[in-house]
Design a protein around this ligand. Structure first.
Ligand SMILES: [Zn+2]
Length: 201
């Protein structure tokens, strides 16, 4: 229907989450109409992010070197780990200014229906981190999303930590977050309260 380069662009855009065929076409035509400079800037930004950004070797947050900025920041409390599903969940927690510890990004949540099992997440890396850490980890805050899969993930990790590291306090964000939604959509005040009011699991 379209010239092959146009069709290719539509196909690639259509692979993005939430972008259906019609939106992919609309975006493709927008790119075709835009200046060469703007279109090239978009292509370059995609290429640069793939070349320069990887995962932190310690916490699996996004990083432009072996360790992310939070893991290398000596002022952060190294005895406290906040466990989140995705790198995007770190930002809203940072925005609350309620949290001064470090993070551990799982890379998703348990969902047997979707074939996501514990070994698909960075949970073994979390247990190893808790076991080997110096200074000793005092608390692990489970800040997975208040969704069915997020809750299941929190319970699974809490049970595993109790077995492997019973001396470590395991806490969960206080209720009050909109159930079924993502952390990334919670406002700062609500998320800040959920963090300061966290409870033992
Ligand atoms: Zn890190």
């Amino acid at each position: 229907m379209y010239a092959p380069p146009v069709q290719r662009l539509i196909t690639e855009l259509g692979k993005l989450p939430g972008i259906g065929q019609r939106t992919a076409q609309r975006l493709a035509f927008h790119i075709l109409r835009s200046d060469t400079e703007d279109a090239t800037a978009l292509a370059d930004a995609i290429r640069e992010v793939k070349e320069r950004i990887g995962l932190c070797q310690v916490c699996f947050n996004l990083a432009d070197s072996e360790r992310c900025r939070i893991c290398t920041d000596e002022r952060r409390d190294a005895t406290l780990i906040c466990v989140v599903e995705e790198p995007g969940d770190v930002i809203p927690i940072e925005r609350t200014h309620e949290y001064r510890g470090r993070y551990h990004v799982l890379g998703g949540a348990l969902s047997p229906i979707d074939g996501i099992d514990p070994e698909d997440l960075k949970s073994a890396e979390l247990y190893a981190r808790v076991a080997d850490s110096d200074p000793r980890i005092e608390e692990v805050v489970l800040a997975t999303n208040p969704t069915t899969t997020g809750e299941a993930t929190a319970l699974h990790i809490a049970a595993a930590l109790r077995e492997r590291a019973p001396e470590v306090a395991v806490t969960r964000l206080a209720s009050g977050l909109p159930v079924g939604s993502d952390l990334a959509y919670a406002d700062e005040v609500t998320l800040g309260k959920a963090l300061s009011g966290r409870r033992a699991l």
